[in-house]
Design a protein around this ligand. Sequence first.
Ligand code: SF4
Length: 319
Amino acid sequence: MITPLIHHDLHFNSYGSYLRRRFGCRVSKVNVDGGFTCPNRDGAKGTGGCIYCDNSSFSPGGTVPAIPIETQMAEGMAYHRKRLGSEKFIIYFQKFTNTYAPVDRLHDLYSRALAHPEVVGISVGTRPDALGDDAVELLTDLARTSYVCVELGLQSMDDRILQRINRGHTLAEYLETVERLAGRGMEICTHLIHGFPGETHDDFLRTAQLMASLPMDSLKIHQLHAVKGTQLAQWYYEGRFIPLQHQQYVADICDFLELIPPTMTIQRLYGSAPQAIRVAPNWNLKNNQMWYSVVNELKRRGTWQGCKLADGGLHVSNL
Ligand code: SF4
């Protein structure tokens, strides 16, 4: 039996459906570049960056976006209005570490995004070790009147893998940050990657159990993939990174979803890179093709998000 929060056709709780339920119309996320840097590249935490980071346009000193965010927003909103008929927007500060600047600069950028009448909120991508108390207070303040989502990159819950991929933070730092953010009126999203060398299927499912135990609102997951010019691409050429097969990834994602509470929304299940810079894997899928690979597998199994929780996810049926 599928619970009310699980989209009937999808067998999981998609973020798009959630936004439609919450705001009563189609809501799109519009990416903007706020001109941030990353402490794992500018020397504050490290200089090499994560081994998979595509940093071709990384600018170590920059805190001013090349194009004003209002211009970026206008272009992104026009695109989504035309392509999807979106009526409201969430401005997504995506590139690099979007809380890594003095709080007055954060206030200026976030407030300018929220000032647009069709913008219902912001989403802020960051690292667990880059959220000072002043940034948390600012986000708490903004969450009183707008939708605010903090997207935390964890990627792996295994400290040995975090070290190997040069993340520059630990699981403990992530858990502490989740605790600091919880209960403040903002949503928390975690970014995960599946397919690291040394990660087993059981490790990935343990990550699902960890997520299920946390005050997590949404998840973004994608397969480990290498793009040109990264250390991961070098690992691939040397045979140290063997990408998952498409069918294996789909099966693992379904196993994962079956362990995630139906209240948690799913923002992403797949990552793709333009053909010109893609090294591996080369599945050559569009986003919705992966989406439907997962949907079809859940349907084939007759399962859904949360069905393997103790109560089969039915604890939400009264919501
Ligand atoms: S934290 Fe993000 S921006 Fe920074 S090095 Fe890693 S992937 Fe790149």
